[in-house]
Design a protein around this ligand. Sequence first.
Ligand code: NAD
Length: 502
Amino acid sequence: MSSLSVQLTAPNGRVWTQPTGLFINNQWVKSSTGDKIASINPSTAREITSVHAASAQDVDTAVKAARAALNDPSWRDLPGTERGKLMNKLAQLIEDNRETLATIETCDNGKPYTVSRDDDLTETAETIRYYSGYADKIFGQVIGTTPDKFAYTVREPVGVCGQIIPWNFPLSMAAWKLGPALACGNTVVLKPAEQTPLSILFLANLIVEAGFPPGVVNIINGHGSVAGAALASHMDVDKIAFTGSTATAKHIMKMASNNLKNITLETGGKSPLVVFNDADLDLAVEWAHIGIMYNQGQICTATSRILVQDEIYDKFVEAFKKQIKNVSIVGDPFDEKTFQGPQVTQAQYERIMSYVDVGKSEKATLAYGGKPFKGVGDGKGFFFEPTVFTDVTPNMRIYQEEVFGPFAVISRFKKEEDAVQMANDSTYGLGSAVFTTNLTRAHRVAKQIQAGMVWINSSNDSDWRIPFGGVKQSGIGRELGEAGLDAYSAVKAIHVNMKSKL
Ligand code: NAD
C-alpha cells in the first residue's frame, strides 16, 4: 500500500483501502505543504484517519490539469455518446461499491447506514446515470430570421469548473455537480468539505476505473479558507458551483468576481411547512417529521418552520411529538433500527445547544428534547435529542435563523393570508410545503410562497429529475433536472450571411 492510502475497518466489519492524497490528473499526490485534515467519526469523536489538505499551490496544479484536459482531444473531441458511456460506467461502479461507499459515508458523516446505502448511494448513482443520458443530447437550435441570414446556436462547455461542496450529503452533492458538468463536456476541480473528506476520495478511484482521461476530474480536500478560497479566486477557473452556508456564498461571490466567473450557489434555508385545518393530519405529521428530522436535520431544504392553523394546532403538536417518540430513534448509525445518528461535528452539536438557549430566552415553549443524547457508546459522540419549540412567533431568532439540526419550531396562524405572509417572512426562499385537501388552495398558496420548491402534501421528496434551487438568499441558479444543464453550458450564436453583396 502506498503512503497515500490506509487500510480501515468499520464497526460493521467492512475493510477498505482509503485513499488519503490529493487526486490530480488521475494520480494520488501529497499536499505541497504536508498539511493534513483529520477526519473525525462523529459517533465516537475519534479520528478515523487524516487526509492531505491542498494549498493554494496545489489548487493551481489541479486547475492546470483541468485546463489541459479541457483542451486535450481525448476529452475535447470525445463524442457525447462516448462521454455518456464513461458516466454510465461510473454509475455502475458506484452501485457495485454501494456497501463500501455507504460504510465510509456513515463513518465520516454519522448518518444511519441504511440511509447512506439506500438513499444517498441510490441518488448518487442515479444522478450520474440520469446525466449520462444527456451527454449526447446537448445541442442548440436553428433560428429563422430573414432569407439573408442563417443562424444557429451550439452549446459549449463552460470550461474549468470549481465545485465546492458541503458535508451533509457528501457523495450525492458531488454527483449533483459532477453529473451535469461532465455531461456538458467540462472539466472539474472538486473540493469536498473538510468535515467529510473520505467517501469522495474512494469515488476518485472509480473515476479512473471508469476510464475518464487524466485531469477531467480532480478532487482535492482542503480548508475552505485556503483551498476553497484559492479555487474561488483562481483566474483560470471559469465557473464556481457552491453548496453551503449563505455567509460563505457571499464571500465566494466576491472572490469569483475577479474574472467574472459563472456562478451557481445553493445556500441555506428556513423552509416553511404550512398545515391547513382541512389537511390530512396523519399525512401532514409524517411528512413534517421527515421534513425536519431526516438526516439529523442537516438538510438545506429542511422544513424547519411548521405553521399550523388554529383549529388543529393542539392536535398537530401532540401527534408530532408522538411521531418523534415512535420514529426518531437516536442511536448507533450502524444499528438498522436507528433513525437519527450524531450531528456531523462538535461545532454543529454546540450550535444546536446554543439555539435551545436562544429559544428558552425568547420564551418559546420547549415541547420536546433540547438536550444532548448520551446513550451511545461512551457518550462522547455528537448525538442530540430531536427538539421542538412551540408557541414560536416570527420575531424570534429561532423562527428566522437556520439551526441545521433536528430542531423544529411550530407556530400558529389564523387565515390563509396570514400563513402566506408568515411563510414569506424570511430572508431565505429554498423549500416549502403545503398541506391541504383543497385543490385550489394548494395551488394558490404554492404560487404565493417565495421559494424555489413547493411540496404539496409532502416535504423534502427531492428528485434528481426535478430542478432544485432557491430564491432570495437561498441561492442563484438551479441544479438537477434538465435545468441543471444550463449551469454547465454556454450558448454560442453563429450568424451566417447568405447574401453575396452587402
Ligand atoms: P460552509 O459554507 O462553511 O462550507 C461549505 C463548503 O464551503 C466547504 O467545502 C468549505 O470548505 C467551503 N468554504 C468555507 N469557507 C470558504 C471560503 N472562504 N472560500 C471558499 N470555500 C469555503 O458551511 P459549514 O460552515 O460547514 O456549515 C454550516 C452551515 O452551512 C449550516 O448551518 C448550513 O446553514 C449551511 N449548509 C448548507 C448546506 C446546503 O446543502 N445548502 C449544506 C451544509 C451546510
